[in-house]
Design a protein around this ligand. Structure first.
Ligand SMILES: Nc1nc2c(ncn2[C@@H]2O[C@H](COP(=O)(O)OP(=O)(O)OP(=O)(O)O)[C@@H](O)[C@H]2O)c(=O)[nH]1
Ligand SMILES: [Mg+2]
Length: 304
């Protein structure tokens, strides 16, 4: 059989498990995840290569309704645009929903997919949340009435259940890939630089550790990145919108910032496979999320 190579975009409402699935398939954390919606802000490629195929997954920010209020923020418009523009010209689309059932948010994603010519595979995620696979059968039946999906595959992206059915999903995806030579080097797993991935690993901890709305008002910029043979020295700025946010990110006696720094550093060490010295600085930059130039400098380079 000849080699297959193609692009597959993963879309879905915020929190569906898109980034978790991509990391599970690639076997490394290249896209950050958290229990909060709208964790992913950028399009990130994850490249899976084996003897038969190379599949380039495109992880996208969750597509969400833009209300009058949120539409005022440039970042919200950019995030939806990033997700929708990532569907163009790919070989297949994986649309993720949760095994707990269809929601208004999922319907919105389905509407965004209406004009798509590529086959859409419906991925029903989080099947560990239902008692038995039989409980997913009505949802499969309901879903097949809603749209003409190329296939419907229930999975557990966390890999908590044996197999989690991800192998089957890969088989289904492979059926839709064209025969072609690989487009990327076999050891390349993403299109993003280490510098970018490190800034994301810091942002992941902000999303996991800070309460309420605060994570959404933060961004991370790596200001120094020195990779030596046996260690890396990395400095990063955490941008916040106001002084009160700065105090919260730092925490009592610096506790919060310390915990954020320790977890991010450990993840950086796994990624870079060397000892990491990570210094974090919290800076107030009011209005960054609404300023096109600031967004551009943070890598939100899609159609600002
Ligand atoms: N129980 C369970 N939880 C899951 C599964 N897959 C993902 N999750 C959890 O769902 C939450 C959201 O996962 P993400 O991968 O960040 O979701 P996402 O779709 O990338 O979200 P956005 O980037 O915000 O659009 C995290 O807390 C994951 O641990 C699964 O199969 N089972
Ligand atoms: Mg994500």
């Amino acid at each position: 059989m000849s080699y297959k190579f193609g692009f597959v975009t993963i879309v879905g409402k915020p929190n569906a498990g898109k980034s978790t699935l991509m990391n599970q398939i690639i076997g490394q954390k290249i896209s950050i995840t958290s229990h909060r919606p709208q964790t992913t802000r950028h399009r990130i490629l994850g490249i899976h290569t084996d003897d038969e195929k190379q599949v380039v997954f495109v992880d996208t920010p969750g597509i969400h309704a833009v209300t009058k209020r949120s539409n005022r923020k440039t970042i919200n418009r950019v995030i939806n645009k990033t997700a929708i523009s990532s569907i163009d010209g790919v070989d297949a689309v994986c649309m993720m929903i949760s095994a707990t059932g269809w929601t208004e948010g999922d319907q919105l994603v389905l509407t965004a997919l209406k004009e798509v010519s590529a086959p859409v595979i419906l991925v029903i995620n989080k099947i560990d949340k239902v008692k038995s696979i039989n409980d997913v059968l009505p949802l499969i039946a309901e879903s097949s009435q809603l749209a003409d999906f190329a296939d419907i595959v229930p999975i557990c992206a966390l890999g908590r259940m044996q197999g989690g059915n991800i192998e089957r999903l890969m088989d289904v995806i492979t059926q839709h890939l064209p025969e072609a030579e690989p487009g990327f080097n076999e050891d390349q797993i993403t299109d993003r630089s280490f510098r970018f991935l490190v800034s994301e690993l810091v942002r992941e901890q902000l999303f996991r550790r800070l309460g309420d709305e605060l994570p959404y008002a933060t961004a991370v910029e790596v200001t120094q990145f020195d990779m030596l043979d046996d260690k890396a020295q990395i400095n990063a700025d955490i941008w916040v919108e106001k002084d009160s946010h700065k105090a919260m990110v730092i925490g009592k006696k610096g506790d919060a910032l310390k915990a954020i720094g320790t977890s991010a550093r450990l993840n950086c060490e796994t990624l870079l496979e060397r000892k990491v010295f990570l210094e974090l600085f919290v800076k107030v930059r009011s209005g960054w999320s609404d300023n096109a130039r600031d967004l551009y400098s943070l890598g939100y380079d899609e159609g600002v």
